[in-house]
Every structure is written in structure tokens, then in C-alpha cells.
Design a protein around this ligand. Structure first.
Ligand code: HEC
Ligand code: HEC
Ligand code: HEC
Ligand code: HEC
Ligand code: HEC
Ligand code: HEC
Ligand code: HEC
Ligand code: HEC
Ligand code: HEC
Ligand code: HEC
Length: 306
């Protein structure tokens, strides 16, 4: 799943600090965001290289060797990301004996400036971030990620899921404590299996499958179809027409207390004591699905009996 950086601008930038002034100048648009601070135009001679940073920030540099920015970048893009890729050229900072006003400090930047810096290289993998509900609510990269002090080595997250998400989404927590729920707290399913927090083309940041269906059928393949006899409700309403995706008080995470009340929202074949006019003492307690077993669709029977 590792992605090679597709942004040409970014690759140019990577070569840029290795010594080519032209590359920096050609970076353009988003790339300038990466180099816009400190304000002075970046000359390749303004870069001092990571070894110089190490003379004063030995601990940070040493730890960084294990950071995906070092490790993965070397493996996959051929060039490491170094201190100055993010903090900007360090010459003035070094000559000032560590003058903090001459180096890019992330705690002094706005959310938008930070996001632009990161997206200078990551826009290829997260092209929809700026129009995501998170970005619109001013939630940025560093609300969820930390470069030097992440709690998870993978993905550099500030905290594990779901803890990370529950810090802000307290409202969604109770659903996962209900008697029937997706095993998110148990660690078998992640919030990010269904949501891409970096933005998608669906409401609620929902991921979709290759055929543009809601993500559910990736794991519940038996419900996917296509079937000879489709249940129109599945196609029209989607899975959440009948299921609560986070959790529910009802078995099978149904959004109605009994199967029959669920079905009767759209069908009315049951009156007291009968099913489809057939006298049947157990009609009111027999769930519709005791006969209509293949409720998500069938290849054998139009009424989903088998
Ligand atoms: C001559 C020693 C020296 C060198 C070389 C040096 N720094 Fe610093 N740096 C300091 C000192 C001193 C501080 C201020 C004290 C502190 O916060 O650690 C500082 C602060 C910083 C800060 C701000 C820390 C904060 O708390 O906000 C960053 C970021 C930083 N340096 C990055 C770099 C990078 C990147 C390089 C290499 C390009 C580098 N430094 C090279 C001495 C140095
Ligand atoms: C991918 C971008 C990126 C790279 C590469 C990077 N940093 Fe940072 N740095 C950050 C961010 C973001 C912060 C703010 C705190 C955080 O997220 O960990 C930061 C914070 C710092 C700080 C402030 C102290 C702190 O931990 O909060 C220092 C010092 C620092 N970086 C030095 C370095 C040095 C030295 C290198 C090279 C080994 C380096 N950084 C490489 C993004 C980066
Ligand atoms: C609301 C929290 C949140 C925000 C905001 C966020 N991320 Fe993430 N990010 C995650 C989580 C959770 C994962 C791991 C699951 C996944 O891949 O979706 C992740 C994974 C990643 C990955 C590695 C996997 C991949 O798809 O490439 C990168 C790179 C990344 N984020 C960059 C960013 C950047 C850049 C920003 C800001 C523009 C950002 N993220 C904003 C939570 C967040
Ligand atoms: C100079 C380009 C560059 C900049 C700027 C940059 N990154 Fe990265 N980032 C990379 C590369 C290269 C990798 C490693 C290869 C990969 O996974 O694509 C990486 C990896 C990551 C990963 C881990 C991916 C994984 O699979 O575990 C996260 C998370 C991430 N970056 C977030 C950020 C954040 C947040 C910022 C801004 C503070 C940022 N990056 C700035 C180039 C950059
Ligand atoms: C720093 C706080 C914060 C963190 C951490 C956070 N979110 Fe959010 N999230 C928000 C805000 C604010 C919004 C936009 C307002 C809203 O709809 O609640 C939002 C929106 C969303 C939405 C879209 C809701 C809608 O109505 O469209 C989803 C889905 C979501 N977040 C999932 C997650 C997941 C999954 C995680 C963990 C990986 C996470 N969030 C982490 C603050 C956060
Ligand atoms: C099995 C897939 C799945 C998982 C796992 C999942 N979600 Fe959702 N989530 C959905 C769907 C589907 C919706 C849309 C609900 C709707 O349309 O009725 C949604 C809606 C949301 C919303 C919008 C407001 C709301 O509650 O309707 C937020 C916020 C949210 N999810 C956060 C989270 C967080 C945080 C986690 C992890 C703790 C998580 N989700 C795990 C599928 C999932
Ligand atoms: C990442 C994989 C994954 C995704 C995506 C996913 N599920 Fe699940 N689902 C599971 C797991 C694991 C269980 C728990 C199975 C168990 O406990 O036996 C489960 C349980 C269920 C159950 C209860 C099954 C039972 O036998 O009680 C329903 C209903 C369900 N999921 C519907 C959905 C819907 C609707 C979606 C899309 C919004 C979805 N799932 C997305 C993995 C997933
Ligand atoms: C028309 C309502 C309806 C729709 C739409 C629907 N389901 Fe169901 N689903 C049910 C009912 C009712 C049950 C319980 C069957 C039983 O217990 O006999 C169920 C059971 C399940 C189960 C438990 C295992 C099983 O097959 O019995 C899973 C998993 C599941 N549904 C996933 C999905 C997914 C994924 C979608 C979307 C592709 C979906 N459902 C759409 C009504 C629906
Ligand atoms: C959201 C509305 C909705 C819900 C809820 C729903 N259905 Fe349906 N169902 C439909 C629609 C629409 C059709 C297609 C009707 C048609 O073609 O005449 C259909 C078709 C059927 C058919 C096939 C009828 C035929 O002869 O083609 C059966 C059997 C059926 N549903 C049973 C159920 C059962 C059992 C439940 C409860 C688990 C249920 N439905 C829940 C909307 C729904
Ligand atoms: C005792 C078994 C049984 C139960 C329980 C049952 N059905 Fe049926 N259902 C059938 C049979 C048999 C057919 C006729 C199938 C055929 O014609 O091939 C049928 C047909 C249907 C049809 C097709 C149109 C029609 O009315 O003929 C729908 C819709 C339907 N059932 C919905 C339901 C709903 C909703 C429930 C629960 C409230 C339910 N059924 C309970 C056995 C049952």
C-alpha cells in the first residue's frame, strides 16, 4: 500500500535541496508553500544538510532515522526526506547559533499553513483533503499526526484508533458500547476501514468500493451480488436502510427492534394471525426472514426463500 510520490513538484523539491536551484524555482504553486517560510527566497546554499542539524539536535536526528519520512522515503522514492524538507533552509538558524526565529516552527503556523506544507508532498495521496469536513472545520494534519512524537509508528498518529477519534467524536462512542456493534473497541475493525478522514466523494467521509458501492461489501462479500433476484431495498437504500453501521440495541445491528417491523415499513403482508393470508398461529412471532432467508438477494428464488 505504500505509494510512490506522484507529485512531480515534490520530487523536484527533493532534488532541489540536494543542490539544484532551478528545481526550487520550478516547484511552483503548492511547492512554494513548503518553502515559503522563512520568507527570504531559498537559495540552495541556504541548506546546510541534516548532518549539521545533528551537531546540535543529535537526539532528534538519531530518532528520525526510524521515521517513515526517512526509512520509507529511502525505500520507495529513492531519496530521504530530511529536516530541511519541512523546516526550511537552516543556514540562518545555524549561523544565529540556533536562532528560533530563523527556522520554520510548526507551533507558530496556522492550520492552513501546516496543511499546505504537508500537502506539498502528500496531495497525490490525499487530493480531497481541502474539501473534507475535517479541513472545513479547521482540523488539520497535526490534530491527528505528529512527526517526531507519534504514539503509533505506523502512520505517525498522535493516538491509536479509536481513541484518537473519540477525543473529538464523543457522540459516536456510545454506539460502539451497544449490545450489537462493529468490533471497533475490540480492535477487529477500524474507523478508517469505513471512513477516509482525508476526504472522499461521499457524505460522512465514507470510503467506497471499486464499483462505487458503500464500503460494507468489502468485508461482507456474500451480500454484494449481483443476484438474479435483487432485493430492491438493498440497491435503493443501501445497507444503512436496514442496519445501523456503528452499533444498535437490536440483533444484527438492525435499525428496528424486530425484523417484522423493519419489513413492514415497506411491505404489509401480515395481519393478525396470518402471513400472506395463510392462517398461521405463529405469524406474529415468526420473523419474515425465517422463510425469506436470502434477504440480501437470491439467485434461486424471486421471494428470497432459498
Ligand atoms: C548551532 C547549533 C544548532 C544547529 C546546527 C541547529 N540548531 Fe536548531 N536549534 C538550536 C537551538 C539552541 C535552538 C533553541 C533551543 C531549542 O528549542 O532546542 C534550536 C531550535 C530549533 C527549532 C525550534 C524548536 C522549538 O522548540 O520550537 C527547530 C525546528 C530547529 N532548531 C531545527 C533545526 C534544523 C532543521 C537544523 C538543521 C537545518 C538545526 N535546527 C540546526 C541550535 C541549533
Ligand atoms: C515531515 C516533516 C518534518 C521533518 C522531515 C522534520 N520535522 Fe521537525 N517537526 C515537524 C513538525 C510537524 C513538528 C511539530 C511537532 C511534531 O509534529 O512532532 C516538528 C518539530 C520539531 C522540533 C521542535 C521540538 C518538538 O519536537 O516539538 C525540532 C527541534 C525539530 N522538529 C527538528 C527537526 C530535525 C532536526 C529534523 C531532521 C532530523 C526534523 N525536525 C525533521 C516536521 C518535520
Ligand atoms: C482526523 C484525523 C486526521 C487528519 C486531520 C489527517 N490524518 Fe492522515 N491519517 C489519519 C489516520 C487515522 C490514518 C491511518 C488510516 C488511513 O490510512 O486512513 C492516516 C494516514 C495518513 C497517511 C498514510 C496513509 C496514506 O493513505 O498514505 C498519510 C501520508 C497521512 N495520513 C497524511 C496526512 C496529511 C498530509 C494530512 C493533512 C493534510 C492528514 N493526514 C490529516 C488521520 C488523519
Ligand atoms: C518533502 C516531502 C514531504 C513533506 C513536506 C511531508 N512528507 Fe510525509 N512523507 C513523505 C515521504 C516521502 C514519506 C514516506 C513514503 C510514503 O509513505 O509515501 C512520508 C510519509 C508520511 C507518513 C507515513 C506514511 C505511512 O504509511 O506510515 C505520514 C503520516 C506523513 N508522511 C505525514 C506528513 C505530515 C503530517 C506532514 C506535514 C507536517 C508531512 N508528512 C510532510 C514526504 C513528505
Ligand atoms: C481534533 C478533533 C477531531 C479528531 C481527532 C477527529 N475528528 Fe472527525 N471531525 C471533527 C470535526 C470538527 C468535524 C466536522 C464537524 C462535524 O461534522 O462534526 C469532523 C467530521 C468528521 C466526519 C464527517 C461527519 C459529517 O457529518 O460529515 C467523520 C466521518 C469523522 N469526522 C470521522 C473521524 C474519524 C474516523 C476520526 C479518527 C481517525 C476523526 N474523525 C478524528 C473533529 C475531529
Ligand atoms: C462499518 C463501517 C463504519 C465504521 C467501522 C465506523 N463508521 Fe462512522 N459511519 C459509517 C456510516 C455508514 C455512516 C453514515 C451513517 C448514515 O448515513 O446513517 C457513519 C457516520 C459517521 C459520522 C457522522 C455522524 C453520525 O454519527 O452519523 C461520524 C462522526 C462517524 N461515523 C465517526 C466514526 C468513528 C469515530 C468511528 C470509529 C470509532 C466510526 N465512525 C466507525 C460507517 C462506519
Ligand atoms: C473491515 C471489515 C468490515 C467492514 C468494512 C464492515 N464490516 Fe460489518 N462486520 C465486520 C466484523 C468483523 C463483524 C463482526 C462479526 C462477528 O462478530 O462475527 C461485523 C458485523 C456486522 C453485522 C452483524 C453480523 C451478525 O452476525 O450479527 C452487520 C449487520 C454488519 N457487520 C453490517 C455491516 C455494514 C452495513 C457495513 C457498512 C456500513 C459493514 N458491516 C462494514 C467487518 C466489517
Ligand atoms: C431490507 C433490509 C436490509 C438491507 C437493505 C440490508 N440488510 Fe443485512 N440483514 C437484514 C436482516 C433482516 C438481517 C437478519 C437476517 C436474520 O437474522 O435472519 C440481515 C443480516 C445481515 C448480516 C448478518 C449475517 C447474515 O447474512 O445474516 C450481515 C453481515 C448483513 N446483513 C450485512 C448487510 C450489508 C453489507 C448490506 C448492504 C449491502 C445489508 N446487510 C443490507 C436486512 C437488510
Ligand atoms: C426500504 C423498503 C424495504 C424494506 C425495509 C424491505 N423491503 Fe422488501 N422490497 C422492497 C422493494 C421496493 C421491493 C421490490 C418490490 C417489487 O418489485 O414489487 C422489495 C421486494 C421484496 C420481495 C420480493 C417480492 C417479489 O415478489 O418480487 C420480498 C420477498 C421482500 N421484499 C421481503 C422483504 C423482507 C422479508 C423484508 C424485511 C427483512 C423487506 N423486504 C424489507 C422494499 C423494502
Ligand atoms: C411461513 C413462511 C413465510 C413467512 C413467515 C413470511 N413469508 Fe413472505 N412469502 C412466503 C411465501 C411462501 C411467499 C410466496 C412466494 C412465491 O410466490 O414464490 C411469500 C411472498 C412474499 C412477498 C412477495 C409478494 C407477495 O405478497 O406475495 C413479499 C413481499 C413477502 N412475502 C414479504 C413478507 C414479509 C414482509 C414477511 C414478514 C412480515 C413475510 N413475508 C413472512 C412465505 C413467508
Amino acid at each position: 500500500m505504500r505509494r510512490i510520490l506522484t507529485s512531480v513538484a515534490c520530487l523536484l523539491f527533493l532534488t532541489g535541496f540536494a543542490g539544484t536551484r532551478l528545481a526550487l524555482a520550478a516547484g511552483g504553486g503548492q511547492q512554494q508553500a513548503v518553502t515559503s517560510q522563512p520568507k527570504a527566497a531559498a537559495d540552495s546554499t541556504d541548506f546546510v544538510g541534516q548532518d549539521t542539524c545533528a551537531t546540535c539536535h543529535a537526539d532528534v536526528v538519531q530518532k528520525f532515522g526510524n521515521n517513515p519520512h526517512s526509512r520509507l522515503a529511502l525505500e520507495h522514492a529513492g531519496k530521504g526526506v530530511t529536516c530541511e524538507s519541512c523546516h526550511g533552509p537552516g543556514k540562518a538558524h545555524v549561523e544565529g547559533g540556533g536562532d528560533v526565529t530563523k527556522i520554520r516552527r510548526f507551533d507558530k503556523l496556522s492550520t492552513k499553513e501546516i496543511d499546505e506544507t504537508c500537502l506539498g508532498c502528500h496531495a497525490g495521496t490525499h487530493p480531497n483533503f481541502e474539501r473534507s469536513p475535517h479541513a472545513k472545520a479547521n482540523v488539520g494534519c497535526l490534530d491527528c499526526h505528529s512527526v517526531h512524537a507519534s504514539e503509533t509508528p505506523e502512520h505517525l498518529l498522535k493516538a491509536e484508533q479509536p481513541k484518537l477519534c473519540f477525543q473529538c467524536h464523543t457522540d459516536t462512542k456510545p454506539a460502539f458500547d451497544m449490545p450489537f456493534h462493529h468490533p471497533v473497541n475490540e480492535g477487529a475493525v477500524s474507523c478508517s476501514d469505513c471512513h477516509d478522514v482525508h476526504g472522499t466523494f461521499r457524505n460522512n467521509n465514507l470510503r467506497s468500493t471499486a464499483d462505487q458501492n458503500m464500503i460494507c461489501t468489502k468485508c461482507h462479500a456474500e451480500t454484494r451480488g449481483p443476484f438474479v433476484y435483487e432485493h430492491a431495498a438493498v440497491k435503493a437504500e443501501g445497507c444503512t436502510g436496514c442496519h445501523s453501521p456503528h452499533g444498535s440495541q437490536n440483533a444484527r445491528m438492525l435499525n428496528m427492534p424486530t425484523i417484522n417491523t423493519l419489513c413492514n415499513q415497506c411491505h404489509s403482508p401480515v395481519s393478525a394471525g396470518t402471513v400472506h393470508g395463510m392462517a398461521n398461529a405463529s405469524a406474529e412471532i415468526a420473523p419474515c426472514t425465517s422463510c425469506h432467508t436470502y434477504i440480501h438477494g437470491s439467485n434461486m428464488n424471486q421471494a428470497f426463500l432459498r
